[in-house]
Design a protein around this ligand. Structure first.
Ligand SMILES: Cc1cc2nc3c(=O)[nH]c(=O)nc-3n(C[C@H](O)[C@H](O)[C@H](O)COP(=O)(O)OP(=O)(O)OC[C@H]3O[C@@H](n4cnc5c(N)ncnc54)[C@H](O)[C@@H]3O)c2cc1C
Length: 372
């Protein structure tokens, strides 16, 4: 394992709205520094995630509909390849490698620095909105999120209410919709955009407010590392029936934490051609992640069976998967992260830059061999 966590240099060029960032930075650290000058690059929903892994996988977060995936703001990178060269890659230099690292994960080398585009994002209207978990609220939430302006990106976590101070005690352990909303634009328009979500039902807690964008990543406990199993997938719609399926499966489990996370996609992310980067799921409409915490091997088997059954019940026409949320699920699942043409192109680039598969302890794309 290569530990890059000490590599945290960040060089922000506020005038040209770009930043060179070493890959030991976390999303939260980068966002705080960029936020100090009113700028942002979109990462995911969690500040402690490293910019290395999330960028190489694609990066789906709070600015996805407004500004696209993290890779859509990647202008260049520095990559140490298997033969020990330090390459500068961008549209002009090693464009094949630049294409591959935008979704192909850590297969092609060690990314030491990224150059990102920054956007003016200062005050957002965002935060947590907790609603009762009924089929109508879940399906309605998705409909509203799809109809919302692109400035608004929304994530709905259907899960048992955690014992947070602002959640009434009688709700702890009951299923709720814990939504995260971010409207990146004019605050007044933001208030209008979040109003339909507040009207879905009387909120159980409403922390949505104008705030500096970096506050969307609250401080986290440093040594909290729960074990979890999960399945990631894409679906086309969450109607009332799908919402009932979600509630039914969540009710049937007694895992301490269990969740169905729904992320509405589209917007800027969907306007990038599917073959422009190695992340090809540009037209997928909703990302679903189902997950459960487990405690020890016997419990893991129980939770595994539950997530597999849950994912099967939700499966629709979209067979793809997001590589960033894959666990240790085997080669067939890695292949689902890439359509055939993307996979073949990645395997050919892998053969060029890492013919011995030195970088294989990952969601592995083996190098193409001549007889394939
Ligand atoms: C709590 C949580 C929330 C998340 N939320 C989101 C989200 O909202 N959106 C989203 O898109 N993803 C999300 N993810 C998934 C996340 O993007 C991936 O797990 C990602 O791989 C994490 O990267 P890391 O650098 O933190 O992890 P690491 O464990 O350090 O890296 C994971 C793998 O990525 C590769 N890698 C990482 N850095 C480099 C590098 N510099 N060079 C080469 N290879 C590298 C390696 O193969 C490594 O094994 C979340 C993950 C967690 C744990």
């Amino acid at each position: 394992m290569l530990d890059l966590s000490q590599m945290k240099a960040l060089d922000i060029d506020a005038e040209h709205r770009t930043a060179w960032a070493q890959t030991g930075l976390t999303a939260g650290q980068y966002t705080t520094a960029a936020g100090a000058v009113g700028l942002a690059t979109g990462f995911g929903d969690t500040g402690s995630v490293g910019i290395g892994g999330i960028t190489l996988g694609g990066g789906v977060g709070y600015l996805v509909r407004k500004h696209g995936l993290t890779i859509d703001d990647l202008l260049a990178a520095e990559v140490v390849t298997a033969d020990g060269r330090l390459l500068r890659v961008d549209d002009q230099r090693h464009p094949d490698l630049f294409w591959a690292i935008r979704g192909g994960g850590g297969n092609f080398g060690v990314a030491t620095r990224f150059q990102f585009r920054l956007h003016p994002v200062s005050t957002i209207v965002g935060g947590m909105l907790i609603l009762p978990a009924t089929p109508e609220v879940i399906a309605g939430f998705i409909t509203k999120a799809q109809a919302a302006p692109e400035e608004l990106s929304a994530i709905a976590n259907v899960m048992p209410a955690p014992p947070l101070p602002f959640v009434p005690a009688e709700l702890h352990g009951q299923l709720i919709v814990m939504a995260m909303l971010v409207y990146a634009g004019d605050p007044e328009a933001g208030e209008r955009a979040v109003a339909p979500f507040r009207k879905l039902a009387t909120p159980l807690a409403d922390l949505v407010r104008p705030m500096p964008y970096p506050e969307i990543y609250p401080p986290e406990e440093g040594d909290y590392h729960p074990t979890a199993v999960g399945r990631t997938m894409f679906v086309d719609s969450i109607d009332r029936q799908a919402a009932e399926t979600i509630l039914d499966h969540l009710q049937r489990s007694d895992a301490s934490v269990r969740v169905a996370q729904l992320r509405v996609l589209g917007g800027a992310m969907a306007r990038v051609p599917a073959d422009a980067t190695a992340f090809a799921h540009r037209h997928s409409r909703i990302m679903v992640n189902v997950a459960a915490f487990y405690d020890g091997p016997a419990d893991r088997a129980v939770r595994e069976a539950w997530v597999a059954d849950f994912a099967k019940a939700l499966r629709q026409g979209d067979a793809g998967a997001y590589v960033g949320f894959l666990g240790d699920e085997g080669q067939a699942r890695v292949r689902q992260a890439y359509p055939r043409s993307t996979w073949d192109r990645l395997a050919a680039i892998k053969a060029r830059y890492d013919p011995t598969n030195l970088f294989r302890l990952n969601q592995n794309i083996p190098p193409a061999t001549e007889d394939r």
